[in-house]
Design a protein. Sequence first.
Length: 183
Amino acid sequence: MLKLPSHTRYDHLNIYQRKDYDWPGGKRLAFYIACNVEHFAFLAGLGADPAHRPDQNTRNYAWRDYGNRIGQWRLFEILDELKLPASILLNSSVCYEYPDITQKIKERGDDVICHGRTTGELHTPLWEHDEKRIIEECTDIIEKHIGVRPTGWMGPAALESKVTPDLLKECGYTHLLDWPFDD
């Protein structure tokens, strides 16, 4: 029989074959507030438009830029008012493009999850050594600008290569958000 490619990253266990799991303190439910804080190059790289235009244009650049100038700040205001922590899925390029956002993240003490350099480029077609170099660079930039080394990762567009989890583990990452596969 011809078999399709597979992986060995986790075992197939249906919900009734798994051990019961509780969060610390016996809690049965956990959630997090995730804010993608991203930077895109002007008229270059990848990016979807709300009107589903495939190429970058001034309209979709402005739409994203609104998020960094207005939208994220309104979210920070609501989170501050409600005293809620957030997980910031941060493109490392935000650190040097928008130092005001970086400063606010530091002040709030939010958990920072590395989200690649920019969501305008994907890691899937990269050679392994190039992907490793990008992961290391992104990690170092976030640590330098935020003051804490990230331990969580979500790839640009939540995509990864076949070796991304291995490279992340080598760089000290402990959790990966690219695989939405479980409760």
